[in-house]
Design a protein around this ligand. Structure first.
Ligand SMILES: [Zn+2]
Length: 89
């Protein structure tokens, strides 16, 4: 597990007029760019009152790495093999 993934802080664009929030983005720029798209599409390029970029402390969901899943599977097989050996011996 890398430290940057663990401490990543997502940003969300929020529009209180539409009562909507964007998906979390890792950078403020991407959340801002999402906001621009939202503005263009739903507000005719006007700035909705109260829109803002939320700086959420919620962590971005982390996908387990392939190596972790493989290691877990190997451990599970070894534990099962040990149990079967113990029960049949
Ligand atoms: Zn809106």
């Amino acid at each position: 597990m890398s430290r940057t993934q663990e401490t990543a802080v997502p940003f969300r664009y929020r529009c209180p007029v539409c009562a909507t929030s964007s998906r979390p983005y890792l950078t403020q720029e991407k959340a801002r760019s999402h906001g621009e798209g939202h503005r263009n599409r739903f507000h005719g390029d006007d700035y909705p009152d109260g829109e803002y970029i939320e700086h959420s402390s919620r962590r971005a969901p982390r996908r387990p790495e392939k190596g972790e899943a493989v290691a877990l599977a190997i451990v599970a097989v070894l534990v099962l093999a040990g149990l079967v050996h113990k029960l049949t011996a």
